[in-house]
Ligand binder design. Sequence first.
Ligand SMILES: [Mg+2]
Length: 421
Amino acid sequence: MPGLFRYLFIDMNSFFASVEQQVQPALRGKPVGIVPIDGTDATCCIAASYEAKACGVKTGTSVPEARRRCPQIQLTLARPRLYVQFHHRIIRAVESALHVEQVCSIDEMYGRLMSNERSPQQAAAIAERIKRAIAAECGPHVRCSIGIGPNIWLSKIATDLQKPDGLVLLSIDELPARLSELKLTDLPGVGRNMAVRLAAHGITTVEQLWSLRESQLHRIWASRVLGSIWYAQMRGEALPYRPTQRRSVSHSHVLAPRLRTHELAYQVMIRMLHKAARRMRRLGYCAGAMSIYVRCEGGRRWETGCDLSHAYDTLTLVHHAARLWPAHPIGAPMKVAVVLLKLETMTGCALPLFEPQRRMNRLAETMDAIAWRFGRDAVFSGAMFAARGSAPTRISFTQVPDDAEFDSADVGYVGEVAPSS
Ligand SMILES: [Mg+2]
Protein backbone atom coordinates (compact mmCIF):
# COMPACT_ATOMS: atom_id res chain seq x y z
CA MET A 1 0.00 0.00 0.00
CA PRO A 2 1.80 3.16 -1.12
CA GLY A 3 2.19 5.92 1.42
CA LEU A 4 2.09 3.58 4.34
CA PHE A 5 5.78 3.64 5.17
CA ARG A 6 6.83 7.22 5.52
CA TYR A 7 9.77 7.16 7.93
CA LEU A 8 12.89 5.15 8.43
CA PHE A 9 14.51 5.25 11.85
CA ILE A 10 18.05 4.07 12.58
CA ASP A 11 19.16 3.06 16.05
CA MET A 12 22.75 1.89 16.41
CA ASN A 13 23.11 -1.26 18.48
CA SER A 14 25.19 -0.91 21.66
CA PHE A 15 26.90 1.93 19.87
CA PHE A 16 29.91 2.76 22.08
CA ALA A 17 30.63 -0.89 22.81
CA SER A 18 30.35 -1.94 19.19
CA VAL A 19 32.69 0.86 18.09
CA GLU A 20 35.23 -0.45 20.60
CA GLN A 21 34.74 -3.97 19.30
CA GLN A 22 35.26 -2.67 15.80
CA VAL A 23 38.53 -0.89 16.57
CA GLN A 24 39.81 -3.42 19.13
CA PRO A 25 39.50 -6.90 17.62
CA ALA A 26 40.42 -8.46 20.97
CA LEU A 27 37.07 -7.31 22.35
CA ARG A 28 34.95 -8.92 19.64
CA GLY A 29 32.55 -11.56 20.89
CA LYS A 30 33.34 -10.60 24.47
CA PRO A 31 31.22 -8.87 27.09
CA VAL A 32 32.32 -5.24 27.09
CA GLY A 33 31.29 -2.50 29.46
CA ILE A 34 32.16 1.11 28.65
CA VAL A 35 33.03 3.21 31.69
CA PRO A 36 33.49 6.97 31.86
CA ILE A 37 36.37 6.89 34.37
CA ASP A 38 39.22 4.44 34.59
CA GLY A 39 40.45 2.52 37.61
CA THR A 40 37.59 3.03 40.02
CA ASP A 41 34.64 1.00 41.16
CA ALA A 42 32.68 4.12 41.97
CA THR A 43 31.25 4.47 38.49
CA CYS A 44 28.85 2.70 36.21
CA CYS A 45 28.72 1.35 32.68
CA ILE A 46 27.51 3.91 30.17
CA ALA A 47 27.16 1.23 27.52
CA ALA A 48 27.34 -2.53 27.27
CA SER A 49 27.99 -4.91 24.38
CA TYR A 50 25.36 -7.48 23.48
CA GLU A 51 27.49 -10.15 25.14
CA ALA A 52 27.44 -8.11 28.36
CA LYS A 53 23.73 -7.41 28.03
CA ALA A 54 23.16 -11.16 27.88
CA CYS A 55 24.61 -11.34 31.42
CA GLY A 56 22.31 -8.58 32.63
CA VAL A 57 24.74 -5.67 32.36
CA LYS A 58 23.21 -2.55 30.91
CA THR A 59 23.62 1.21 30.82
CA GLY A 60 23.69 2.39 34.42
CA THR A 61 24.89 -0.89 35.95
CA SER A 62 27.53 -0.09 38.58
CA VAL A 63 31.01 -1.48 38.04
CA PRO A 64 30.90 -3.85 41.07
CA GLU A 65 27.49 -5.13 39.97
CA ALA A 66 28.70 -5.59 36.38
CA ARG A 67 31.66 -7.65 37.66
CA ARG A 68 29.33 -9.71 39.81
CA ARG A 69 26.91 -10.46 36.98
CA CYS A 70 29.62 -10.95 34.41
CA PRO A 71 33.02 -11.81 35.96
CA GLN A 72 34.73 -11.90 32.56
CA ILE A 73 33.52 -8.42 31.56
CA GLN A 74 36.08 -6.23 29.81
CA LEU A 75 35.76 -2.72 31.19
CA THR A 76 36.89 -0.18 28.65
CA LEU A 77 37.36 3.54 29.08
CA ALA A 78 34.99 5.60 26.96
CA ARG A 79 36.50 7.54 24.06
CA PRO A 80 33.91 10.17 23.20
CA ARG A 81 35.89 11.68 20.33
CA LEU A 82 36.12 8.30 18.65
CA TYR A 83 32.35 7.82 18.96
CA VAL A 84 31.71 11.23 17.47
CA GLN A 85 33.95 10.35 14.52
CA PHE A 86 31.96 7.18 13.97
CA HIS A 87 28.74 9.14 14.35
CA HIS A 88 29.78 11.34 11.43
CA ARG A 89 30.78 8.35 9.37
CA ILE A 90 27.38 6.81 10.01
CA ILE A 91 25.61 9.98 8.88
CA ARG A 92 27.74 9.95 5.72
CA ALA A 93 26.86 6.34 5.10
CA VAL A 94 23.13 6.85 5.64
CA GLU A 95 23.13 9.93 3.41
CA SER A 96 24.35 7.76 0.54
CA ALA A 97 20.98 5.99 0.63
CA LEU A 98 18.56 8.34 2.37
CA HIS A 99 18.63 11.97 3.46
CA VAL A 100 18.96 12.28 7.23
CA GLU A 101 16.15 14.58 8.25
CA GLN A 102 16.99 14.59 11.90
CA VAL A 103 19.82 13.40 14.10
CA CYS A 104 18.19 12.54 17.42
CA SER A 105 21.27 11.55 19.39
CA ILE A 106 24.74 10.20 18.81
CA ASP A 107 23.27 6.82 17.85
CA GLU A 108 19.81 7.63 16.51
CA MET A 109 18.59 9.38 13.39
CA TYR A 110 15.77 9.22 10.93
CA GLY A 111 14.84 10.16 7.41
CA ARG A 112 11.62 10.52 5.47
CA LEU A 113 10.88 8.22 2.58
CA MET A 114 9.88 9.83 -0.67
CA SER A 115 6.60 8.85 -2.28
CA ASN A 116 8.38 6.46 -4.64
CA GLU A 117 10.19 4.76 -1.74
CA ARG A 118 7.22 3.81 0.38
CA SER A 119 6.34 0.31 -0.74
CA PRO A 120 7.56 -2.43 1.62
CA GLN A 121 10.05 -3.65 -1.01
CA GLN A 122 11.44 -0.22 -1.78
CA ALA A 123 11.67 0.77 1.88
CA ALA A 124 13.39 -2.49 2.83
CA ALA A 125 15.82 -2.07 -0.07
CA ILE A 126 16.81 1.37 1.21
CA ALA A 127 17.32 -0.09 4.69
CA GLU A 128 19.58 -2.79 3.27
CA ARG A 129 21.57 -0.16 1.38
CA ILE A 130 21.99 1.81 4.61
CA LYS A 131 23.23 -1.26 6.46
CA ARG A 132 25.74 -2.05 3.71
CA ALA A 133 26.93 1.54 3.63
CA ILE A 134 27.43 1.64 7.40
CA ALA A 135 29.36 -1.64 7.28
CA ALA A 136 31.55 -0.27 4.47
CA GLU A 137 32.15 3.06 6.21
CA CYS A 138 32.54 1.87 9.80
CA GLY A 139 33.18 -1.85 9.68
CA PRO A 140 30.92 -4.86 10.11
CA HIS A 141 30.83 -4.73 13.91
CA VAL A 142 29.03 -1.40 13.94
CA ARG A 143 25.48 -2.44 13.37
CA CYS A 144 22.06 -0.90 13.59
CA SER A 145 18.41 -1.73 13.92
CA ILE A 146 16.23 -0.05 11.34
CA GLY A 147 12.56 0.58 11.87
CA ILE A 148 10.21 1.63 9.09
CA GLY A 149 6.75 2.89 9.82
CA PRO A 150 4.01 5.36 9.01
CA ASN A 151 5.35 8.01 11.41
CA ILE A 152 8.53 8.75 13.33
CA TRP A 153 7.17 7.44 16.60
CA LEU A 154 6.15 4.07 15.19
CA SER A 155 9.34 3.70 13.17
CA LYS A 156 11.35 4.29 16.34
CA ILE A 157 9.29 1.66 18.12
CA ALA A 158 9.99 -0.69 15.22
CA THR A 159 13.74 -0.43 15.90
CA ASP A 160 13.06 -2.01 19.29
CA LEU A 161 11.35 -5.05 17.88
CA GLN A 162 14.48 -6.67 16.52
CA LYS A 163 17.97 -6.28 17.97
CA PRO A 164 20.73 -6.42 17.05
CA ASP A 165 20.94 -5.82 13.31
CA GLY A 166 17.18 -5.54 12.98
CA LEU A 167 15.03 -4.51 10.07
CA VAL A 168 11.36 -4.20 10.89
CA LEU A 169 8.55 -2.76 8.83
CA LEU A 170 5.66 -1.87 11.07
CA SER A 171 2.38 -1.15 9.35
CA ILE A 172 -0.83 0.18 10.81
CA ASP A 173 -2.81 -3.00 10.27
CA GLU A 174 -0.39 -4.90 12.52
CA LEU A 175 -1.19 -2.63 15.44
CA PRO A 176 -1.32 -3.19 18.28
CA ALA A 177 -0.87 -6.99 17.97
CA ARG A 178 2.71 -6.68 16.74
CA LEU A 179 3.63 -4.73 19.88
CA SER A 180 2.18 -7.21 22.36
CA GLU A 181 5.64 -8.09 23.67
CA LEU A 182 6.39 -4.49 24.61
CA LYS A 183 5.79 -2.93 27.98
CA LEU A 184 4.08 0.44 28.10
CA THR A 185 7.37 2.01 29.20
CA ASP A 186 8.98 0.72 26.00
CA LEU A 187 6.90 3.26 24.10
CA PRO A 188 8.74 6.54 23.55
CA GLY A 189 7.00 9.11 25.71
CA VAL A 190 5.79 6.73 28.40
CA GLY A 191 8.06 7.17 31.38
CA ARG A 192 7.64 5.76 34.82
CA ASN A 193 5.28 8.51 35.95
CA MET A 194 3.09 8.08 32.91
CA ALA A 195 2.98 4.32 33.43
CA VAL A 196 1.77 4.93 37.00
CA ARG A 197 -0.90 7.26 35.72
CA LEU A 198 -2.00 4.79 33.06
CA ALA A 199 -2.14 2.01 35.65
CA ALA A 200 -4.36 4.22 37.80
CA HIS A 201 -6.76 4.21 34.84
CA GLY A 202 -6.52 0.44 34.54
CA ILE A 203 -4.20 0.54 31.53
CA THR A 204 -1.30 -1.85 31.93
CA THR A 205 -0.77 -3.24 28.42
CA VAL A 206 -0.07 -1.83 25.00
CA GLU A 207 -3.30 -3.40 23.69
CA GLN A 208 -5.34 -1.63 26.34
CA LEU A 209 -3.72 1.67 25.47
CA TRP A 210 -4.58 1.21 21.79
CA SER A 211 -8.19 0.40 22.60
CA LEU A 212 -8.86 3.77 24.24
CA ARG A 213 -11.07 6.35 22.63
CA GLU A 214 -9.64 9.78 21.93
CA SER A 215 -11.72 11.34 24.72
CA GLN A 216 -10.30 8.83 27.20
CA LEU A 217 -6.79 9.76 26.13
CA HIS A 218 -7.65 13.43 26.69
CA ARG A 219 -8.64 12.57 30.24
CA ILE A 220 -5.66 10.38 31.02
CA TRP A 221 -3.15 12.84 29.58
CA ALA A 222 -5.11 15.67 31.17
CA SER A 223 -4.78 17.50 27.90
CA ARG A 224 -6.74 17.57 24.68
CA VAL A 225 -3.61 18.41 22.69
CA LEU A 226 -1.58 15.56 24.11
CA GLY A 227 -4.42 13.08 24.09
CA SER A 228 -5.02 13.82 20.44
CA ILE A 229 -1.32 13.55 19.61
CA TRP A 230 -1.25 10.11 21.16
CA TYR A 231 -4.47 9.06 19.47
CA ALA A 232 -3.10 10.15 16.10
CA GLN A 233 0.39 8.73 16.46
CA MET A 234 -0.94 5.34 17.56
CA ARG A 235 -2.96 5.28 14.34
CA GLY A 236 0.00 6.04 12.18
CA GLU A 237 -0.69 9.64 11.39
CA ALA A 238 2.41 11.63 10.54
CA LEU A 239 2.22 14.55 12.93
CA PRO A 240 3.40 17.75 11.31
CA TYR A 241 4.67 19.41 14.46
CA ARG A 242 7.01 16.71 15.66
CA PRO A 243 9.57 16.11 12.91
CA THR A 244 11.62 19.26 13.22
CA GLN A 245 13.45 19.74 16.43
CA ARG A 246 12.45 23.16 17.64
CA ARG A 247 14.37 24.36 20.59
CA SER A 248 12.89 27.76 21.26
CA VAL A 249 9.82 29.90 20.75
CA SER A 250 10.18 33.62 21.17
CA HIS A 251 8.33 36.85 20.78
CA SER A 252 9.72 40.35 20.88
CA HIS A 253 8.21 43.78 20.60
CA VAL A 254 9.59 47.21 19.89
CA LEU A 255 7.78 49.57 22.22
CA ALA A 256 5.95 52.61 20.92
CA PRO A 257 7.30 55.74 22.64
CA ARG A 258 4.30 55.98 24.99
CA LEU A 259 4.99 52.47 26.28
CA ARG A 260 8.59 53.07 27.24
CA THR A 261 8.13 52.82 30.96
CA HIS A 262 9.12 50.10 33.35
CA GLU A 263 5.49 49.23 34.10
CA LEU A 264 4.16 49.19 30.57
CA ALA A 265 7.15 47.28 29.30
CA TYR A 266 6.33 44.66 31.92
CA GLN A 267 2.80 44.34 30.62
CA VAL A 268 4.02 44.06 27.06
CA MET A 269 6.47 41.38 28.13
CA ILE A 270 3.66 39.42 29.80
CA ARG A 271 1.66 39.75 26.64
CA MET A 272 4.58 38.42 24.58
CA LEU A 273 4.79 35.56 27.01
CA HIS A 274 1.14 34.68 26.49
CA LYS A 275 1.70 34.56 22.76
CA ALA A 276 4.88 32.53 23.01
CA ALA A 277 3.22 30.10 25.41
CA ARG A 278 0.26 29.63 23.10
CA ARG A 279 2.51 28.98 20.17
CA MET A 280 4.61 26.56 22.18
CA ARG A 281 1.53 24.58 23.21
CA ARG A 282 0.19 24.55 19.69
CA LEU A 283 3.44 22.96 18.60
CA GLY A 284 3.08 20.38 21.36
CA TYR A 285 6.02 21.45 23.51
CA CYS A 286 6.76 22.34 27.09
CA ALA A 287 9.59 24.65 28.16
CA GLY A 288 12.67 23.79 30.17
CA ALA A 289 13.84 27.38 30.50
CA MET A 290 12.81 30.98 29.93
CA SER A 291 14.75 34.14 29.11
CA ILE A 292 13.67 37.76 29.16
CA TYR A 293 15.48 40.54 27.32
CA VAL A 294 15.06 44.27 27.57
CA ARG A 295 16.87 46.80 25.43
CA CYS A 296 16.83 50.37 26.71
CA GLU A 297 17.28 53.70 25.05
CA GLY A 298 21.00 54.39 24.83
CA GLY A 299 21.70 50.78 23.95
CA ARG A 300 21.77 49.35 27.44
CA ARG A 301 20.70 45.73 27.58
CA TRP A 302 19.32 43.68 30.39
CA GLU A 303 18.70 40.01 30.30
CA THR A 304 17.90 37.23 32.69
CA GLY A 305 16.48 33.76 32.70
CA CYS A 306 15.69 30.71 34.71
CA ASP A 307 15.28 26.99 34.31
CA LEU A 308 11.79 25.56 34.41
CA SER A 309 10.47 22.10 35.02
CA HIS A 310 8.49 21.23 31.88
CA ALA A 311 6.43 24.41 32.07
CA TYR A 312 3.36 24.25 29.89
CA ASP A 313 0.66 26.50 31.25
CA THR A 314 0.72 30.26 30.96
CA LEU A 315 0.15 30.96 34.62
CA THR A 316 3.24 29.09 35.64
CA LEU A 317 5.26 30.98 33.04
CA VAL A 318 3.81 34.31 34.14
CA HIS A 319 4.69 33.51 37.72
CA HIS A 320 8.34 32.95 36.77
CA ALA A 321 8.46 35.98 34.51
CA ALA A 322 7.10 38.20 37.28
CA ARG A 323 9.83 36.97 39.56
CA LEU A 324 12.52 37.60 36.95
CA TRP A 325 11.39 41.09 36.01
CA PRO A 326 13.68 43.72 37.57
CA ALA A 327 12.25 45.30 40.70
CA HIS A 328 13.49 48.74 39.72
CA PRO A 329 13.56 50.53 36.38
CA ILE A 330 16.75 49.92 34.45
CA GLY A 331 16.33 52.76 31.97
CA ALA A 332 13.79 53.62 29.30
CA PRO A 333 12.91 50.26 27.75
CA MET A 334 12.73 50.22 23.95
CA LYS A 335 12.28 46.59 23.18
CA VAL A 336 11.29 43.52 25.16
CA ALA A 337 11.55 39.89 24.24
CA VAL A 338 10.72 36.60 25.86
CA VAL A 339 12.16 33.30 24.80
CA LEU A 340 10.92 29.89 25.84
CA LEU A 341 13.73 27.45 25.35
CA LYS A 342 14.96 23.94 26.07
CA LEU A 343 11.68 22.89 24.49
CA GLU A 344 10.69 19.29 24.78
CA THR A 345 7.86 17.50 23.06
CA MET A 346 5.11 16.97 25.57
CA THR A 347 5.08 13.31 24.67
CA GLY A 348 8.74 13.09 25.57
CA CYS A 349 8.79 14.85 28.92
CA ALA A 350 7.51 13.94 32.32
CA LEU A 351 3.90 14.90 32.63
CA PRO A 352 2.37 16.53 35.65
CA LEU A 353 1.25 13.89 38.06
CA PHE A 354 -0.75 16.10 40.36
CA GLU A 355 -4.22 17.27 39.72
CA PRO A 356 -3.61 21.01 40.36
CA GLN A 357 -0.95 21.13 37.63
CA ARG A 358 -3.09 19.08 35.28
CA ARG A 359 -5.93 21.51 35.88
CA MET A 360 -3.60 24.37 34.98
CA ASN A 361 -2.65 22.62 31.76
CA ARG A 362 -6.26 22.04 30.84
CA LEU A 363 -7.06 25.65 31.65
CA ALA A 364 -4.24 26.82 29.39
CA GLU A 365 -5.54 24.70 26.54
CA THR A 366 -9.08 25.88 27.06
CA MET A 367 -7.86 29.47 26.91
CA ASP A 368 -5.95 28.67 23.74
CA ALA A 369 -9.02 27.14 22.15
CA ILE A 370 -11.08 30.21 22.96
CA ALA A 371 -8.33 32.52 21.77
CA TRP A 372 -8.06 30.74 18.41
CA ARG A 373 -11.80 30.80 18.02
CA PHE A 374 -12.72 34.28 19.24
CA GLY A 375 -9.55 36.30 19.07
CA ARG A 376 -6.76 36.40 21.51
CA ASP A 377 -8.21 38.89 23.95
CA ALA A 378 -11.42 37.00 24.53
CA VAL A 379 -9.65 35.44 27.46
CA PHE A 380 -6.66 36.96 29.08
CA SER A 381 -4.93 35.82 32.17
CA GLY A 382 -5.84 37.77 35.28
CA ALA A 383 -2.78 36.29 36.90
CA MET A 384 -0.61 39.12 35.80
CA PHE A 385 -2.28 41.26 38.43
CA ALA A 386 -1.64 38.76 41.16
CA ALA A 387 1.88 38.20 39.95
CA ARG A 388 2.32 41.92 39.80
CA GLY A 389 1.61 42.15 43.51
CA SER A 390 5.25 41.47 44.24
CA ALA A 391 6.47 44.24 41.94
CA PRO A 392 6.76 47.86 42.98
CA THR A 393 3.74 49.52 41.41
CA ARG A 394 0.33 48.44 40.24
CA ILE A 395 -1.04 49.99 37.12
CA SER A 396 -4.24 49.71 35.21
CA PHE A 397 -4.54 46.93 32.68
CA THR A 398 -6.40 49.31 30.39
CA GLN A 399 -3.09 50.94 29.52
CA VAL A 400 -1.99 47.85 27.67
CA PRO A 401 -1.72 48.71 23.99
CA ASP A 402 -4.39 47.56 21.64
CA ASP A 403 -3.77 44.78 19.20
CA ALA A 404 -3.39 46.85 16.07
CA GLU A 405 -0.61 48.81 17.65
CA PHE A 406 0.85 45.68 18.96
CA ASP A 407 0.99 43.44 15.97
CA SER A 408 2.61 45.86 13.57
CA ALA A 409 5.92 45.73 15.39
CA ASP A 410 5.63 42.21 16.67
CA VAL A 411 8.31 39.77 15.82
CA GLY A 412 7.51 36.22 16.69
CA TYR A 413 9.35 33.25 15.44
CA VAL A 414 10.06 29.69 16.20
CA GLY A 415 13.77 29.31 16.36
CA GLU A 416 16.24 26.53 16.16
CA VAL A 417 19.36 26.33 18.21
CA ALA A 418 22.32 24.49 16.80
CA PRO A 419 22.42 21.04 18.40
CA SER A 420 26.04 21.57 19.38
CA SER A 421 25.14 24.33 21.84
MG1 LIG B 1 21.01 2.56 20.34
